[in-house]
Design a protein around this ligand. Structure first.
Ligand code: NAD
Length: 493
């Protein structure tokens, strides 16, 4: 059984979508594993005037399974939840919150431990942080930790301003900036794969790797999030954070130990060593696009500019592909191709490392060996090698060694948010973003945004395809192609 952690958790945005879909199930998972048990309470805050009973019903609905046992467990879990109607801009409300937290700390013997979770629109983060300080909600005994959701800023300047405001209240060691990709099973197992296998560890460098590819493909469109998306776009929404984090895990040096400090040291160095483009270089190294209407399986799909809440002349990109390089001695010259977008052919996050084909006097030019890591929806990896064609001596044919986690076992493993909140409760910052890492990724992205702001052309792609032609040309120029193509026959992914 896991070690129990005591804490009073204050959740700003307790009635929100994230809380209901992700955070309550994550906390329930921790309750079922015994990390949260007798000594915890959750204060949910939001504007609506709810009662504790009403709030507990919401929590129960968010977590309950079908069995009588799980319904009873959900009720016991929900009894630790309290609701406080709260306007984040009203100082008096923080005094009430502070008193409630103190009462609950005593009731549940939480030892002064406080966890504050900002699950609200980012424009409130700074206000909340400053009130937590001015109304003295942090305790002198126990831990005080802050979990802050993405997006962390809109560009470098706004991210820095936000960071300055939260570091006025919390030390870096108390701040947990969430990137939920870092909670995913296969993202977390990249270290094991890279450094736990002599076979891969030996060849994981510029001498053997031809290129690295990162694809985060979504099949859905902008859905109900047009208001947010119009101010964000694929570069800010996916590249600055998730893509960059995966890139760092694929290219960083081996950490000296499996500790948060050691991992952050090599990760920060990986971001420092990225080649930052000039605005003039952006046009040849980054491609953007917007999806247009298409009929998929007989269904008419709207183009991005026809979605509700999207301007007819919107210049927000729903797709981005880019070529990134690094000056890291181990990877100098190795292209890292990244792409992400909405309304692509199929939902899949895949990372592929293509190894250099080597001159071979026996077989001539052979197909490249590749390693693909499947992050979602399936979880696992596969190695594509050259085998011999059945019954034909010395004729090569591609052969795939594939591993997938059993879907049932993967389903019962902790979900990303559960892992990450567990880390916070244990004070482990490994899978969270340090400010210096975010600063570097924003600096990288800001140049691309600045170049795009001056360019009035917006390439398009039909919904259901893998982006504009320019994304293919980007690799073709280097004599490469995207390894993952929906038409390529692979084990189900
Ligand atoms: P949401 O709009 O569903 O919920 C916002 C919450 O804030 C609600 O509880 C609302 O009552 C509360 N609120 C708004 N104004 C308030 C005020 N003045 N005073 C007090 N409470 C107020 O938003 P969400 O989708 O849950 O997202 C929350 C955060 O999580 C955002 O930063 C978002 O970017 C991030 N996030 C969400 C998801 C997701 O899947 N929903 C995924 C990743 C990140």
């Amino acid at each position: 059984m896991a070690k129990e952690i005591a804490a009073v958790i204050t959740l700003f945005g307790g009635s929100g979508d994230l809380a209901q879909r992700k955070l309550y199930p994550a906390l329930f998972g921790l309750y079922q594993r015994g990390v949260l048990k007798d000594h915890f309470a959750v204060i949910g805050t939001a504007r609506r005037p709810w009662t504790d009973e009403y709030y507990r019903d919401i929590v129960k609905t968010a977590v309950a399974g079908d069995s009588i046992e799980s319904t009873a467990q959900a009720s016991a879990f929900a009894s630790h939840f309290y609701y406080q109607s709260h306007d984040v801009t009203d100082a008096a409300h923080y005094i009430t919150l502070k008193e409630l937290a103190a009462q609950l700390d005593e009731k549940y013997a939480a030892g002064g431990n406080r966890l504050f979770y900002m699950a609200m629109a980012p424009n409130f983060f700074a206000t909340i942080a400053s009130h937590l300080k001015s109304e003295a909600l942090l305790t002198a005994t126990g831990f005080n930790r802050l979990i802050i959701e993405k997006p962390f800023g809109h560009d470098y300047a706004s991210a820095k301003a936000l960071n300055d405001s939260i570091t006025a209240t919390f030390d870096e060691k108390q701040i947990y900036r969430i990137d939920h990709y870092l909670g995913k099973e296969m993202a977390q197992s990249l270290l094991a794969l890279r450094f736990g296998n002599p076979l891969l560890r030996t060849v994981w460098n510029k001498d053997y790797i031809q290129n690295i590819q990162i694809t985060l493909a979504e099949a859905v469109g902008v859905e109900e999030r047009a208001g947010y998306y119009e101010t964000s776009g694929a570069l800010r929404d996916m590249v600055q954070n998730h893509v960059m984090q995966l890139l760092a895990y694929l290219t960083m040096d081996e950490p000296a130990a499996l500790t948060a400090d050691a991992v952050h040291t090599v990760k920060a160095r990986a971001f420092d060593q990225l080649h930052r483009y000039t605005e003039a270089e952006v046009a040849t190294n980054f491609v953007r696009g917007q999806y247009t209407t298409a009929t998929i399986d007989g269904e008419a799909i709207r183009g991005y500019r026809d979605e509700d809440g999207v301007a007819q002349d919107s210049m927000t990109e729903t797709f981005v592909a880019g070529k990134i390089t690094t000056t890291a001695p181990n990877f100098a010259g190795v292209p890292i191709y990244v792409r992400t977008g909405k309304r692509l052919t199929r939902k899949s996050t895949q990372l592929t490392v293509t190894f250099k084909p080597q001159a071979n006097s026996l077989f001539g030019v052979t197909a490249a060996d590749t390693l693909t890591i499947y992050v979602e929806p399936s979880q696992g990896f596969s190695l594509q090698l050259n085998g011999q064609k059945l019954g034909q001596t010395n004729v090569l044919a591609p052969a795939e060694l594939a591993f997938r986690h059993d879907p049932a076992a993967a389903k019962s493993a902790p979900e990303a948010y559960e892992r990450l909140i567990n880390d916070v409760l244990h004070g482990d910052q490994t899978n969270f973003n340090h400010w210096n890492e975010l600063a570097q990724t924003w600096r990288f992205v800001d140049v691309i945004l600045a170049a795009w702001a001056k360019d009035k052309t917006m390439p398009t792609y039909a919904a259901g395809t893998m982006g504009p032609q320019a994304a293919k040309d980007l690799l073709a120029r280097d004599g490469a192609e995207w390894f993952w193509q929906p038409t390529r026959i692979q084990m189900a992914d």
